[in-house]
Every structure is written in structure tokens, then in C-alpha cells.
Design a protein around this ligand. Structure first.
Ligand SMILES: Cc1cc2nc3c(=O)[nH]c(=O)nc-3n(C[C@H](O)[C@H](O)[C@H](O)COP(=O)(O)OP(=O)(O)OC[C@H]3O[C@@H](n4cnc5c(N)ncnc54)[C@H](O)[C@@H]3O)c2cc1C
Ligand SMILES: NC(=O)C1=CN([C@@H]2O[C@H](COP(=O)(O)OP(=O)(O)OC[C@H]3O[C@@H](n4cnc5c(N)ncnc54)[C@H](OP(=O)(O)O)[C@@H]3O)[C@@H](O)[C@H]2O)C=CC1
Ligand SMILES: C=C(O[C@H]1[C@H](O)[C@@H](CO)O[C@H](OP(=O)(O)OP(=O)(O)OC[C@H]2O[C@@H](n3ccc(=O)[nH]c3=O)[C@H](O)[C@@H]2O)[C@@H]1NC(C)=O)C(=O)O
Length: 333
């Protein structure tokens, strides 16, 4: 049995309330020390470094709690100050507006712990843990069930919300339960049935709940060499079929079954089509890559252009998988 807990002392709850003033006027007049914790809430924090597209403006306020108490304190702060909350995982399925986001962005990336139970095969992992790292760890132990998840550069929380999947498997196949914080501060344990999973969808999308940890059922006892070989095969397949050399969000659109979005977009003649720094990838037409210097508005307008062209040619409206957040212009030029 293994229990690990991330080290670090930033953004934890102090035994005694912090002695610091609520605002520190000497360094940055707007940095806020979250009462009762050693968490700081930063103003105007750039989000481009926290999204895989590497675009987007600043969060009005940003906090990255390291435990549940600090997360609760952050939510309380948002409520008291009437701030809209946006949850950020690894930002690998997000298009953040160039104008940034109002309210408080709560990043889960510092919520870290994992527990592999060899008796039951249950793995309990905090929301901020990396899904590909977990997949590699399981493979090295010879535990089956996550071989498909390499190459998906998100967090556990983001994967639970998005019902991330690949190679005909997805989170819903292995999830036993998810622990979530509701906006009124209650911790609840939800089953996959309660989460209403379908292809790349869950009832958590668009809700105010924050996933704090998840428990997955894996199958221990396999030959690690076999699990590692399959895991590496999946990674290799990705590298040969998907563009990993430029920033992206993975697939932009859900597949409108029985078609695939990539096929429809390629048949519409859009491979290589570019708006500003945003381009329909040559290797896979359902990926938009940032070729350098793209703005969120370039990506947004390319998404709209693809939708219009595919609709005109095939009478199919492609539905974005990527979450576009913040304000975008109504019309593209
Ligand atoms: C190169 C590349 C390849 C990819 N391949 C795949 C693939 O094969 N399959 C696939 O399914 N996806 C793929 N993706 C997309 C992406 O990695 C997944 O959707 C991933 O699950 C998103 O996780 P995240 O932590 O980055 O979430 P984010 O992008 O940060 O957030 C996604 C949504 O979930 C919400 N959210 C995040 N964390 C929480 C939380 N703890 N509680 C509540 N809400 C939360 C956010 O508010 C947002 O609405 C790929 C992306 C890239 C860049
Ligand atoms: N195009 C884009 O927009 C983006 C692409 N990416 C890419 O997504 C990819 C995710 O790849 P993935 O392999 O799933 O995860 P990573 O390469 O992110 O690795 C995740 C973890 O798994 C470990 N690991 C990697 N390979 C092995 C292996 N062969 N055996 C054992 N452990 C291993 C790594 O250890 P160690 O650190 O020791 O290598 C690391 O701790 C990366 O190539 C990343 O660059 C990520 C974000 C955005
Ligand atoms: C990357 C993501 O998930 C990926 C996941 O990694 C892979 C691997 O299992 O399968 C899905 O892609 P996909 O359906 O495009 O899978 P691929 O195998 O690449 O392509 C399917 C079919 O489309 C065709 N295709 C693909 C790309 C292209 O430019 N042109 C084209 O014709 C392929 O020839 C193939 O016949 C997921 N995408 C969706 C929207 O379901 C993501 O969700 O972000």
C-alpha cells in the first residue's frame, strides 16, 4: 500500500490564523492573504501559461489551494466577495478569452495525493494529479485499466468532468466514485450514475461543483511488462496520428457519430487553413494548433469557420469539445 502526499507549505491552512494583514500594501497592493490560511489570492494572474493552447488573458483573481480546507476558504472568500468561480485543472481543454476571466480562478493542480490499494485494486487520487502520470504509474505496477490514458495531458479532476477517453475506453468505465465540493460547501461522494456520463460528457460540465478526488477500479496483478508495452503502443500511436509538436487542446470537436470530425474537416478541404497564428493541423484535422503568436480570438474564429464550412458541405453542426470561457466577439471578420 502506498500513500503519498505532496510536499509544500504554500496555500495550506495554518493552525493559527495568519498574522499577515489581509492586504499587503508594501509589495503589491492587491495581493490578498486568505484569512486562516497561508494562501495568497493573486490579482491579474496571466492564464496563458496555465493552458495547453498557451493563449488567453488574465484571471481577475487566482488561487491554487493545496488542501480541502484551503479550497473551502477560497470558496468562502468568493462567496463573501460575490466573485464568480472558475475551476482550472491543467487547462488542456480550455480556450480562455484574450480579455481574461472575471472573478476567482481556482486551480486544482496543487491538490495532490494518491493511494493504491493492492487488496482491492482501488486507486484514490486527488483532483490535481496528472492523468498520464497516473497511467504510467499503474502500468509500472502491472495494474490494468489506464493504458489508454497516456498522452492526455490533463488532471484527474478535468478527466472526471470531461469523461476523458481514448482507444475505446473512458473514465466512466473505471470510475467508482468522485468526491465533489458543492458551492454551499458540502462534500459529496457521487457515483458514475449520478454523474450522467455519456461520450465526453458529464453532468459536472457547466455545474458549480468542484471535484476534489476520484476513486478508480483497476485490476492489479498483471505482468508490468505487458501493461507497459500496451501503454507505450498507445502513446506511439498518438505521436504518429496527433500533432504533439505545437500547443493544442486535443480534439476541438466531439465526433458526430457515425462520422469523425477529423474526416469531415479534411474532406471539406480545411487542413492547413490558418487564421492568424491558429491552424487546422496537417497531421489531424480535428486539432487546431497554435503555430506561434496565436490569439484566443484566432482560435475562436477558426472554430467558427470550420463549423460554417462543414455545415455548408455536410449539413452537420460540429459540437465543440473544447470549453470556451470568457468573452468572445459575436462575429469574426
Ligand atoms: C495534446 C492533447 C491531447 C489530448 N487528447 C485527449 C484524448 O485523447 N482524450 C480526451 O478525452 N481528451 C484529450 N485531450 C483534452 C484534455 O486533455 C482532456 O479533456 C482533459 O481531461 C482535460 O483535463 P484538464 O485538467 O486539463 O481540464 P481543464 O482543461 O483545466 O478543464 C476542463 C473543464 O473541466 C473543468 N474542471 C477541471 N478540473 C475540475 C475540477 N477539479 N472540478 C470541477 N471542474 C473541473 C474546467 O472548469 C473546464 O470546464 C487532449 C488535450 C491535448 C492538449
Ligand atoms: N500539444 C500540446 O498542447 C501539449 C502536449 N503535451 C504533451 O502531452 C504528452 C503527454 O504524454 P505522456 O507520456 O502521456 O505523459 P508525460 O510525458 O507528461 O509524462 C507523465 C509522467 O509519466 C512518466 N513517463 C513518461 N513516459 C514514461 C515511460 N515510458 N515509462 C514510465 N514513466 C513514464 C513521466 O516521467 P518523467 O518525467 O520521468 O519522464 C511523467 O512523470 C507529452 O508529450 C507532453 O509534451 C502536454 C501538454 C500540451
Ligand atoms: C484527442 C482526443 O481524443 C481522441 C482520441 O485520442 C483518439 C484515439 O482514441 O480517438 C478520437 O480521435 P479520432 O476519432 O479523430 O481518432 P483517429 O483514429 O485519429 O481518427 C478517426 C478516423 O478519422 C480519420 N481522419 C482523422 C484525421 C484526419 O485529419 N482525417 C481523417 O480522415 C482517420 O483516418 C480515422 O479513420 C478522440 N477524439 C474524439 C473527438 O473522440 C480528445 O478528445 O481531445
Amino acid at each position: 500500500m502506498k500513500i503519498s502526499q505532496a510536499a509544500g507549505n504554500i496555500c495550506t491552512v495554518s493552525a493559527t490564523p495568519t498574522q499577515k494583514p489581509e492586504t499587503d500594501k508594501s509589495s503589491d497592493s492587491k495581493i490578498i492573504y486568505l484569512p486562516g490560511t497561508d494562501c495568497i489570492i493573486k490579482p491579474q494572474a496571466s492564464l496563458s501559461a496555465f493552458t495547453s493552447y498557451r493563449v488567453g488573458g488574465a484571471a481577475e483573481w487566482y488561487v491554487a489551494p493545496r488542501n480541502l480546507e484551503a479550497l473551502q476558504a477560497s470558496l468562502n472568500y468568493a462567496k463573501e466577495h460575490n466573485l464568480r468561480v472558475t475551476t482550472l485543472g491543467a487547462g488542456s481543454n480550455l480556450l480562455v478569452s484574450d480579455r481574461g476571466l472575471p472573478g476567482l480562478v481556482i486551480a486544482t493542480r496543487h491538490l495532490r495525493h494518491s493511494h493504491f490499494d493492492p487488496e482491492t485494486g482501488l486507486v484514490t487520487v486527488a483532483a490535481g494529479e496528472s492523468i498520464p502520470s497516473l497511467a504510467w504509474e499503474a502500468a509500472q505496477l502491472g495494474w490494468q485499466g489506464l493504458e489508454w490514458a497516456v498522452g492526455i495531458p490533463g488532471t484527474v479532476g478535468g478527466a472526471v468532468v470531461m469523461n476523458a477517453g481514448a482507444h475505446n475506453s473512458c473514465i466512466a468505465d473505471i470510475l467508482v466514485s468522485a468526491e465533489v465540493f458543492s458551492p454551499d460547501g458540502k462534500l459529496e461522494t457521487l457515483t458514475p450514475e449520478q454523474l450522467g456520463y455519456t461520450y465526453r460528457t458529464s453532468l459536472l460540465q457547466g455545474s458549480d461543483r468542484i471535484v476534489t478526488q476520484a476513486t478508480f477500479q483497476l485490476q492489479p496483478g498483471a505482468d508490468p511488462a505487458k501493461i507497459l508495452a500496451l501503454t507505450k503502443q498507445h502513446k506511439q500511436h498518438r505521436l504518429s496520428t496527433q500533432p504533439y509538436n505545437f500547443p493544442s487542446c486535443g480534439s476541438v470537436f466531439r465526433n458526430p457519430k457515425p462520422y469523425t470530425a477529423g474526416w469531415l474537416i479534411e474532406q471539406t478541404g480545411l487542413k492547413g487553413y490558418q487564421i492568424g497564428g491558429a491552424q487546422v493541423a496537417q497531421l489531424h484535422a480535428n486539432f487546431i494548433v497554435n503555430r506561434g503568436g496565436a490569439k484566443a480570438s484566432d482560435i475562436f474564429c477558426l472554430i467558427r469557420h470550420i463549423q460554417e464550412q462543414v455545415q455548408e458541405r455536410w449539413s452537420i453542426l460540429l459540437e465543440p469539445e473544447v470549453k470556451m470561457i470568457g468573452e468572445f466577439q459575436a462575429a469574426c471578420g
